[in-house]
Design a protein around this ligand. Structure first.
Ligand code: ATP
Ligand code: ATP
Ligand code: MG
Ligand code: MG
Length: 288
């Protein structure tokens, strides 16, 4: 490499390697999607096409980066999770975040016409996303992070569903609906939905109530007696795998189908039946 007198400027670049042996979550979020969703006429409170588009982009990101173990999405956000043993880009934060943000955005724009065929994107209103990386030291705290996002999904969806019913069917103004909901708890909102609009919240689509979980599919396993979060931390990549072993695991991951589900990820069952997500050891591929 040429050694020029300008070479010293390299020293201005700061290292940003993320701590080893911690779970990495890269969360991206649509910039100004409140306005963006108005501009392209998203249905309120939940536009199914927009959610399916988010999910299509997330599946592409999972395929692009086989190191990813799981992703969870709601509204205009998606969280992508790397295992503690992940060595992609030497765990450099800016590399990981910028790669996920640009891979996701590129795919979102690519798939847009499939989901919004009659609403072409306009150059003055293009979708963009920001992103950040956060570390979680244990599998149990990682699960709490994901539970937090899923609970948030439920709380927001119950509020938004009630709010928009009061506005769209109840004839209230936004301010009136906001006032009507002030100080209400979940059971009040359930009651408003049922008594005024005949809606049983439990029967609302799962994708609205639970958000979307994206992961690699292997054969489901019988839950073991130990809790799903106990084992993985012991195998968080302290034992180094050889290059050949790593390559073999990578190939297995690439072969697995990436699936999107709208299920509970708060209780143990999801994790116990899919131990590969936390253990990072690919399971058995389903017989074709
Ligand atoms: P910021 O740039 O700070 O993230 P924002 O306008 O994107 O601002 P968020 O808090 O991220 O605000 O909220 C996203 C908003 O996008 C929601 O409140 C909702 O109005 C809209 N939105 C996102 N997804 C959908 C969807 N599938 N259907 C209808 N509206 C949606
Ligand atoms: P990484 O993913 O690590 O960035 P990379 O393959 O993108 O790997 P860079 O160091 O970014 O490697 O180098 C970019 C390479 O892309 C250049 O070496 C060159 O081969 C090619 N390239 C970029 N722009 C042009 C261009 N306008 N015309 C021809 N080749 C180009
Ligand atoms: Mg946003
Ligand atoms: Mg958001």
């Amino acid at each position: 490499m040429a050694n020029s007198k300008y070479e010293y400027v390299r020293n201005f670049e700061q290292p940003d390697h993320l701590l080893p042996q911690s779970w990495i979550v890269v969360r991206i979020d649509g910039r100004g999607f409140h306005k963006f969703s108005d501009k392209y006429g998203f249905e309120k409170p939940n536009d199914r096409r927009a959610l399916d588009l988010m999910n299509a982009a997330a599946v592409d990101v999972m395929k692009d980066l086989p190191d990813l173990n799981i992703a969870y999405g709601v509204s205009d956000e998606y969280s992508f999770v790397f295992h503690p043993s992940c060595q992609l880009f030497e765990r450099r934060s800016s590399k990981l975040v910028s790669t996920i943000v640009s891979s996701f955005t590129a795919s979102y724009i690519f798939h847009w016409p499939e989901f919004f065929p009659d609403k072409p994107l306009e150059a003055s209103h293009l979708p963009t996303f920001d992103g950040r990386a956060v570390l979680y030291p244990t599998a149990s705290i990682l699960r709490d992070y994901l539970s937090w996002r899923q609970v948030d999904c439920h709380i927001n969806n119950l509020y938004n569903t009630t709010f928009w019913n009061l506005v769209l069917k109840g004839g209230m103004s936004n301010t009136e609906a906001e006032k009507a909901l002030q100080g209400t708890v979940s059971s009040d909102k359930n009651e408003i939905l049922f008594s005024r609009f005949g809606i049983n919240y439990n029967n609302e689509p799962e994708i609205f109530k639970k958000g979307s979980v994206v992961y690699r599919q292997y054969e489901l396993e019988e839950p073991q007696s130990s809790t799903a979060t106990e084992t993985p931390d012991a195998s968080r990549g302290k034992e180094e795998l050889s290059r050949t072993q790593q390559e073999k695991l990578r190939k297995l991951r690439c072969k697995a189908k990436v699936v999107v589900e709208h299920v509970d990820i708060i209780k143990d069952d999801f994790w116990a039946r899919r131990p590969w997500i936390l253990s990072n050891r690919p399971g058995r591929l389903p017989a074709a």
